[in-house]
Design a protein. Structure first.
Length: 369
């Protein structure tokens, strides 16, 4: 789900080896090398403050102001090129286990030197489509042409979560649950829309969130903050996303003193479809079950897109569509949503689930909302 990206990332992003030990990262690159041609000697992994899932997957580093590039050889220690100059290296060190940090200057020349040190021209690019055009052109010119794109291989590896990753997603879900509980209490206390949403965001921040994003609307629409609104709202449609240690949880819910009929119907449709979320079941089966329940009342936000995988990236393109040819796999985490709209009422509800060996585990909501 797309939401407003903050101008400055301010939440805690330091690498904590107790949460994500170095061994966790050491196991990730071999999977990429196994999937690549044997002639590939290294990977160039790009990340920006907005688009850094792959970079964080391999280095834990979250760029806060300017982009960064990881140079990861098949043999040897990785290096991290950090934007912002030499003065930023000290601030960047706690964010990653990578020991060699260099300023991101003249990336083309730096990467060419790295290639020469490896003694091989076999490099692949990860997340290159997110690079500024000038930077990518500079790197390709220095290396003699375009590089093979290994992003799909990394995306495939990122889909199945390790036990450590699931623990971080559960922490994000716990904060998401606390935020929605706080918003419900604020609404029942008669507070206005701005104060309700702000209370939920604050609850997540107090629990150590790295990032929090919200969309809301009293009429079922979803929009970010554009000003103060102290009017009460019942019902109030909310979307909230919370990030912990780089891993996201998101949720849709309708806040109301008495749950509206359409929200009840949407929740029933979701509950009916969730048993299909198990290993080997085609995505289309779940999509068709939800579409059948929604019928002629689809919400425009969820029309033909009932969610997708979630983890280090929040805005992954939805895969729960009628055109998906994939099936559920154990270890994946999904955000699944159902939306309905009628002339005078609308509702979107959702759930976070982890696919297990025998079915699925509901990660959010923690209790019936």
């Amino acid at each position: 789900m797309f939401a407003m990206h903050p101008t400055l990332l301010v939440g805690p992003a330091d690498w904590d080896p107790a949460r994500l030990p170095r061994e966790e990262f050491a196991a990730r690159m071999p999977a990429l090398w196994d999937a690549c041609d044997s002639g590939v000697a290294g990977a160039i992994v790009y990340g920006s403050p907005r688009d850094h899932a792959e970079l964080a997957y391999f280095t834990h580093f979250t760029p806060k102001l300017e982009p960064a590039i990881a140079l990861i050889p098949r043999q040897g220690a990785p290096r991290l090129l950090v934007g912002g100059g030499v003065n930023m290296l000290g601030a960047a060190k706690p964010l990653t286990f990578v020991e060699t940090l260099l300023p991101l200057r003249e990336p083309g020349k730096t990467i060419a030197r790295c290639r020469d040190e490896l003694g091989s021209s076999g490099l692949v690019l990860v997340n290159g489509d997110a690079m500024p055009f000038g930077m990518r052109q500079e790197i390709e010119n220095a290396l003699g042409g375009p590089l093979p794109d290994a992003t799909p291989l990394v995306a495939q590896a990122m889909r199945c979560k390790s036990p450590c990753e699931l623990a971080l997603i559960r922490a994000a879900c716990a904060s998401l649950d606390a935020a929605f509980s706080t918003m419900r209490e604020a609404q029942r206390g008669g507070q206005g829309i701005t104060d309700i949403v702000h209370a939920g965001e604050q609850a997540a921040w107090w629990r150590g969130a790295q990032d929090v994003r919200s969309l809301f609307g009293p009429d079922g629409s979803l929009a970010p903050f554009t000003g103060l609104d102290h009017a009460p709202a019942d019902p109030l449609q909310i979307y909230l996303a919370v990030c912990h240690d780089g891993y996201w949880a998101e949720g849709f819910a309708v806040l109301a003193r008495t749950e509206p009929p359409l929200a009840i119907a949407a929740r029933a449709a979701l509950d009916e479809a969730l048993p299909l979320a198990k290993p080997g079941t085609p995505h289309r089966a779940l999509v068709e079950r939800i579409a059948q329940a929604v019928g002629v009342r689809p919400h425009p936000i969820t029309h033909n897109d009932f969610g997708g995988t979630i983890g280090l990236a929040l805005d992954v393109a939805g895969c729960l569509t009628g055109t998906s040819d994939r099936s559920f796999v154990s270890g994946e985490v999904f955000s699944i949503r159902v939306g309905m709209r009628e002339p005078n009422e609308s509702a979107i509800v959702s759930a976070m689930i982890a696919i297990t060996a025998s079915g699925h585990e509901v990660l959010w909501p923690g209790a019936r909302q």
